[in-house]
Write a protein that binds this ligand. Structure first.
Ligand code: EPU
Length: 429
């Protein structure tokens, strides 16, 4: 729900004083898919390390509307019981807020033979079509109709059949949807040009522990052998740490930390960022599941960034990285290759004092180093919203960030964790 809350941030004016420890929470983009995966189970499933964020609450609402029961436990645990799942219509108002809602279509169609949903929402960062989903369902034998802006998908009487799908574009949600659909399909499903993000490999590992037969998740070819409803293993499933949260804290540390320890993360999942920041001159060291970062004394050097599917530089860290580049000496090109609407925050950074020139919807040139000044900002989407928090934290003077709702969608009480390491941030109603 839109709350109208805002963040008020007193910037550090370039001082490098952040210190202490900041813990990374469970990954939004893993939690949402694990919740959808519960539909594949014959008994109740317990998930842990679920972040307490808006998108998770929306997904829970969506499931409850399908007669799925959800019980939240202590410390980020959630038990989902899909034994009585009967409905197959995804509620329009929730689905329109959440791109991940589409991932539910795969398991629902595979289990109940029917699903209907509106065009899914999520961050406004580009066209975000769903053609590959509709084509994939058809290849698995389903009939797809569009009725009053709702997609109605029906599986054949005997259920979905395995199919060979080649994704024209790598898509995390499409890969997860068909990996899960394949679990309950007849025969073998082969996914080529699959996305390789760690959340996909983790989901597959868990499904396999529960009885699924998935080979190759984490590579570009995934083979799924159809099986029966899964049974939840003892110990359930712990959501993998959020690499985007870890990456954002790392960028903040690279800009403003005297000595910052980022804990509960998987450093390997942010290898491309660590490599890029190290090249720019940031001192980073990795031990086990922690990353230690110190901002360099003098300005880092400019570095070109091109977003790429995993393990390349993540599109979701492109906005915070652009903030970093405003503080680097020289010209950096930022090339956003995945979404055409994901650079639309740069004008706001220019208003803070940055020098960023837009070449086309996919490319900007950042010229640094430019001091930033605090401003009133509107967070346009989740990741750019956090980038504004980082920009405001290093700027001089006060910033007010509106539409905090966008940031709450993906980051749990981020202001509390940032305050603990020295960012002067408060939430105002
Ligand atoms: N695409 C098509 N046709 C389709 C589906 C996708 O052409 O039917 C193309 C898109 O145009 C784009 C690419 O495939 O070029 C990937 O787009 P998509 O919208 O499918 O991305 P996604 O897999 O749904 C996930 C994350 C995003 C993250 C991207 C890239 C979830 C719920 N979302 O999106 O996360 O940016 O992968 O890693 O997992 C976020 O969390 O803020 C977020 C936007």
């Amino acid at each position: 729900m839109e709350t109208g809350e805002r963040f008020v941030i007193e910037g550090l004016a370039g001082k490098k004083t952040l210190r202490g420890t900041i813990a990374v929470h469970g990954a939004k983009n893993s939690a949402l898919k694990a919740m959808a995966a519960a539909v594949l189970f014959k008994n109740s499933l317990t998930l842990s390390n679920i972040p307490d964020i808006e998108d998770v609450r929306h997904m829970a609402d969506l499931l409850e509307h399908l007669s799925i029961s959800i019980a939240r436990g202590a410390a980020g645990s959630m038990t989902i019981d899909t034994r009585f799942v009967s409905k197959t219509d995804l509620t329009a108002d929730i689905s329109k807020r959440l791109r991940a809602s589409i991932v539910l279509a795969g398991p629902l169609l595979a289990r109940l033979g029917h699903v209907s949903f509106p065009h899914p929402g999520g961050c406004v960062i580009g066209a975000r079509p769903i053609d590959m989903f509709l084509e994939g369902f058809k290849k698995m034998g389903a009939a797809v109709r569009v009725k009053e802006k709702t997609y109605v998908v029906r599986a054949p009487k005997r259920g979905l059949k395995g199919a060979a799908l080649f994704f024209r574009q790598q898509s995390v949600t499409a890969t997860e949807t068909f990996m899960m659909a394949g679990v309950l399909a007849r025969g073998t499903t082969i996914l080529k040009n699959a996305a390789m993000e760690p959340e996909i490999a983790h989901l597959a590992l868990f499904l396999n522990r529960s009885g699924a037969r998935i080979i190759g998740a984490g590579t570009s070819t995934i083979i799924v052998k159809g099986s029966a409803l899964l049974s939840a293993p003892r110990g359930g499933y712990a959501i993998v740490p959020d690499r985007l949260e870890a990456g954002s804290f790392l960028i903040l540390g690279a800009l403003a930390a005297r000595d910052l320890l980022i804990t509960h993360c998987v450093p390997e999942h942010v290898a491309s960022l660590i490599e890029t920041l190290s090249y720019a001159g940031v001192s980073i060291s990795v031990t086990g599941n922690t990353i230690r970062v110190r901002a360099p004394k003098s300005a880092p050097r400019a570095v070109d960034v091109k977003t790429h599917e995993y393990p390349g530089f993540p599109t979701d860290l492109q906005a915070p990285m652009t903030v970093f580049l405003t503080q680097a000496n020289g010209e950096s090109m930022v090339f956003e290759t995945i979404f055409e609407g994901r650079l639309n925050y740069v004008e706001e950074l220019n208003r803070m004092g940055a020098d960023i020139r837009t070449m086309d919807p996919h490319r900007v040139i950042v010229r640094g180093k430019t001091p930033l000044r605090g401003r009133e900002l509107e967070s346009p989407d989740l990741r750019a919203g956090l980038a504004f928090v980082i920009a405001a934290a290093i700027a001089s003077g006060r910033s007010v960030i509106h539409t905090v709702y966008n940031i709450d969608r993906g980051y749990e009480k981020v202001e509390e964790r940032l305050r603990n390491i020295g960012v002067k941030i408060s939430r105002m109603a």
